[in-house]
Design a binder for this molecule. Structure first.
Ligand code: ZN
Ligand code: ZN
Length: 211
Protein backbone atom coordinates (compact mmCIF):
# COMPACT_ATOMS: atom_id res chain seq x y z
CA UNK A 1 0.00 0.00 0.00
CA UNK A 2 2.71 2.46 1.06
CA UNK A 3 4.83 1.56 -1.96
CA UNK A 4 1.84 2.05 -4.25
CA UNK A 5 1.20 5.51 -2.78
CA UNK A 6 4.87 6.48 -3.05
CA UNK A 7 4.97 5.31 -6.67
CA UNK A 8 1.89 7.40 -7.45
CA UNK A 9 3.41 10.52 -5.85
CA UNK A 10 6.61 9.93 -7.85
CA UNK A 11 4.60 9.47 -11.05
CA UNK A 12 2.70 12.73 -10.47
CA UNK A 13 5.94 14.55 -9.73
CA UNK A 14 7.71 13.19 -12.84
CA UNK A 15 4.65 13.96 -14.94
CA UNK A 16 5.05 17.64 -13.97
CA UNK A 17 8.66 17.57 -15.24
CA UNK A 18 7.45 16.43 -18.68
CA UNK A 19 4.48 18.82 -18.62
CA UNK A 20 6.86 21.65 -17.69
CA UNK A 21 8.97 21.08 -20.81
CA UNK A 22 5.96 20.81 -23.14
CA UNK A 23 4.03 23.80 -21.73
CA UNK A 24 7.17 25.94 -21.74
CA UNK A 25 7.93 25.18 -25.38
CA UNK A 26 4.47 25.08 -26.95
CA UNK A 27 2.46 27.52 -24.82
CA UNK A 28 4.94 30.03 -23.43
CA UNK A 29 7.18 30.22 -26.50
CA UNK A 30 5.40 29.05 -29.66
CA UNK A 31 2.12 30.78 -28.75
CA UNK A 32 3.68 33.42 -26.48
CA UNK A 33 5.81 34.89 -29.27
CA UNK A 34 2.64 36.26 -30.86
CA UNK A 35 2.08 39.81 -29.65
CA UNK A 36 -1.62 39.40 -28.91
CA UNK A 37 -1.20 36.08 -27.10
CA UNK A 38 -2.30 35.49 -23.52
CA UNK A 39 1.11 33.89 -22.95
CA UNK A 40 3.17 36.82 -24.25
CA UNK A 41 4.27 37.77 -20.72
CA UNK A 42 6.83 34.97 -20.68
CA UNK A 43 8.69 35.61 -23.92
CA UNK A 44 8.20 39.35 -24.34
CA UNK A 45 8.51 40.41 -20.70
CA UNK A 46 10.18 37.75 -18.57
CA UNK A 47 12.87 36.81 -21.13
CA UNK A 48 13.69 40.43 -21.91
CA UNK A 49 14.06 41.30 -18.21
CA UNK A 50 16.27 38.27 -17.49
CA UNK A 51 18.64 39.08 -20.39
CA UNK A 52 18.83 42.75 -19.43
CA UNK A 53 19.64 42.06 -15.77
CA UNK A 54 21.86 38.97 -16.04
CA UNK A 55 19.14 36.49 -14.90
CA UNK A 56 17.46 38.83 -12.39
CA UNK A 57 13.82 39.68 -13.13
CA UNK A 58 12.70 42.66 -10.99
CA UNK A 59 9.05 41.60 -11.40
CA UNK A 60 9.79 38.97 -8.72
CA UNK A 61 10.46 41.70 -6.16
CA UNK A 62 6.85 42.80 -6.49
CA UNK A 63 3.92 41.00 -4.83
CA UNK A 64 2.50 38.64 -7.45
CA UNK A 65 -1.01 40.12 -7.28
CA UNK A 66 0.28 43.58 -8.21
CA UNK A 67 2.32 42.56 -11.25
CA UNK A 68 0.30 41.28 -14.21
CA UNK A 69 3.11 39.10 -15.58
CA UNK A 70 3.55 37.38 -12.22
CA UNK A 71 -0.20 37.13 -11.63
CA UNK A 72 -0.53 35.31 -14.97
CA UNK A 73 2.21 32.87 -13.98
CA UNK A 74 0.49 32.13 -10.66
CA UNK A 75 -2.92 31.78 -12.37
CA UNK A 76 -1.41 29.36 -14.93
CA UNK A 77 0.09 27.23 -12.16
CA UNK A 78 -3.17 27.16 -10.21
CA UNK A 79 -5.01 26.29 -13.44
CA UNK A 80 -2.51 23.55 -14.31
CA UNK A 81 -2.99 22.01 -10.87
CA UNK A 82 -6.75 22.57 -10.91
CA UNK A 83 -7.37 20.61 -14.12
CA UNK A 84 -5.91 17.54 -12.40
CA UNK A 85 -8.18 17.75 -9.36
CA UNK A 86 -10.92 15.53 -10.86
CA UNK A 87 -8.37 12.69 -10.71
CA UNK A 88 -8.02 13.12 -6.94
CA UNK A 89 -10.87 10.78 -6.07
CA UNK A 90 -9.27 7.78 -7.75
CA UNK A 91 -5.60 8.81 -7.57
CA UNK A 92 -5.08 11.20 -4.65
CA UNK A 93 -1.37 10.44 -4.39
CA UNK A 94 -0.78 11.16 -8.05
CA UNK A 95 -2.49 14.54 -7.63
CA UNK A 96 -0.38 15.17 -4.49
CA UNK A 97 2.72 14.51 -6.62
CA UNK A 98 1.46 17.02 -9.18
CA UNK A 99 0.93 19.56 -6.37
CA UNK A 100 4.48 19.05 -5.08
CA UNK A 101 5.86 19.51 -8.62
CA UNK A 102 3.87 22.71 -9.16
CA UNK A 103 4.94 24.22 -5.82
CA UNK A 104 8.53 23.32 -6.52
CA UNK A 105 8.25 25.07 -9.89
CA UNK A 106 6.90 28.26 -8.33
CA UNK A 107 9.48 28.37 -5.55
CA UNK A 108 12.53 27.54 -7.67
CA UNK A 109 11.60 29.70 -10.65
CA UNK A 110 11.08 32.73 -8.42
CA UNK A 111 14.29 32.14 -6.47
CA UNK A 112 16.30 31.71 -9.68
CA UNK A 113 15.26 35.23 -10.74
CA UNK A 114 15.75 36.98 -7.39
CA UNK A 115 18.98 35.21 -6.40
CA UNK A 116 20.96 34.59 -9.59
CA UNK A 117 23.98 33.45 -7.51
CA UNK A 118 21.83 30.50 -6.38
CA UNK A 119 20.56 29.86 -9.92
CA UNK A 120 24.09 29.46 -11.32
CA UNK A 121 24.60 26.62 -8.83
CA UNK A 122 21.17 24.95 -8.74
CA UNK A 123 19.19 25.94 -11.86
CA UNK A 124 21.80 25.58 -14.58
CA UNK A 125 19.35 24.34 -17.20
CA UNK A 126 17.13 27.39 -16.71
CA UNK A 127 20.09 29.79 -16.67
CA UNK A 128 21.15 28.33 -20.03
CA UNK A 129 17.62 28.73 -21.38
CA UNK A 130 17.61 32.44 -20.56
CA UNK A 131 21.22 33.37 -21.23
CA UNK A 132 22.59 30.88 -23.74
CA UNK A 133 19.88 29.46 -26.01
CA UNK A 134 16.21 30.26 -25.59
CA UNK A 135 15.20 27.56 -28.11
CA UNK A 136 16.66 24.82 -25.91
CA UNK A 137 16.79 23.82 -22.23
CA UNK A 138 13.00 23.79 -21.69
CA UNK A 139 13.00 22.16 -18.25
CA UNK A 140 12.85 24.83 -15.56
CA UNK A 141 13.35 22.89 -12.33
CA UNK A 142 15.39 20.11 -13.94
CA UNK A 143 17.34 19.40 -17.12
CA UNK A 144 16.50 15.69 -17.05
CA UNK A 145 13.87 15.66 -19.82
CA UNK A 146 16.04 17.90 -22.04
CA UNK A 147 18.96 15.51 -21.67
CA UNK A 148 16.72 12.58 -22.58
CA UNK A 149 15.25 14.19 -25.71
CA UNK A 150 18.39 16.01 -26.86
CA UNK A 151 17.43 19.62 -26.17
CA UNK A 152 20.27 20.30 -23.74
CA UNK A 153 23.40 20.88 -25.85
CA UNK A 154 26.50 20.54 -23.69
CA UNK A 155 29.00 23.38 -23.43
CA UNK A 156 32.59 23.35 -22.22
CA UNK A 157 33.59 24.38 -18.70
CA UNK A 158 35.33 27.45 -20.11
CA UNK A 159 32.22 28.55 -22.00
CA UNK A 160 30.16 28.15 -18.84
CA UNK A 161 32.62 30.24 -16.80
CA UNK A 162 32.72 32.97 -19.47
CA UNK A 163 28.91 33.07 -19.56
CA UNK A 164 28.76 33.30 -15.78
CA UNK A 165 31.39 36.04 -15.44
CA UNK A 166 29.73 38.15 -18.16
CA UNK A 167 26.24 37.86 -16.71
CA UNK A 168 27.17 38.18 -13.03
CA UNK A 169 28.99 41.41 -13.89
CA UNK A 170 25.87 42.66 -15.63
CA UNK A 171 23.67 41.57 -12.69
CA UNK A 172 25.92 43.19 -10.05
CA UNK A 173 25.85 46.43 -12.02
CA UNK A 174 22.05 46.69 -12.10
CA UNK A 175 20.79 44.94 -8.98
CA UNK A 176 20.40 47.99 -6.72
CA UNK A 177 18.73 50.06 -9.40
CA UNK A 178 16.42 47.19 -10.35
CA UNK A 179 15.35 46.77 -6.71
CA UNK A 180 14.57 50.47 -6.41
CA UNK A 181 12.62 50.48 -9.66
CA UNK A 182 10.63 47.45 -8.53
CA UNK A 183 9.69 49.29 -5.32
CA UNK A 184 8.56 52.30 -7.36
CA UNK A 185 6.54 50.13 -9.71
CA UNK A 186 5.02 48.31 -6.79
CA UNK A 187 3.86 51.67 -5.36
CA UNK A 188 2.41 52.67 -8.75
CA UNK A 189 0.61 49.34 -9.12
CA UNK A 190 -0.79 49.63 -5.58
CA UNK A 191 -2.04 53.14 -6.35
CA UNK A 192 -3.68 51.96 -9.57
CA UNK A 193 -5.31 49.05 -7.76
CA UNK A 194 -6.63 51.43 -5.05
CA UNK A 195 -8.01 53.80 -7.71
CA UNK A 196 -9.75 51.04 -9.61
CA UNK A 197 -11.21 49.59 -6.40
CA UNK A 198 -12.49 53.04 -5.43
CA UNK A 199 -13.94 53.47 -8.91
CA UNK A 200 -15.64 50.12 -8.61
CA UNK A 201 -17.05 50.99 -5.19
CA UNK A 202 -18.40 54.30 -6.53
CA UNK A 203 -20.09 52.56 -9.44
CA UNK A 204 -21.58 50.04 -7.04
CA UNK A 205 -22.92 52.78 -4.73
CA UNK A 206 -24.50 54.69 -7.59
CA UNK A 207 -25.99 51.47 -8.96
CA UNK A 208 -27.45 50.53 -5.56
CA UNK A 209 -28.59 54.15 -4.97
CA UNK A 210 -30.59 54.07 -8.17
CA UNK A 211 -32.56 51.05 -7.11
ZN1 ZN B 1 11.28 30.57 -21.83
ZN1 ZN C 1 12.66 32.13 -16.05
Amino acid sequence: MFLGAAAEVAAGYMYVKVFENLAHKYLLHDLGKKKESLWRFHFHEHHKAAIKHGMLDPAYFEPWWLNHSRAKEVASLIGAFGVHLPLAKKHPYFVAGVGIGVLEYYYKHKKSHTEPEWAWEHMQNHVKHHLLGQNNYWGVTSGLVDRLVGTAPTISGDEWIALRVFNMRRYNGVREKAEEMAKERSKEHKEKLRESLEGLAEKLYSFLGRK
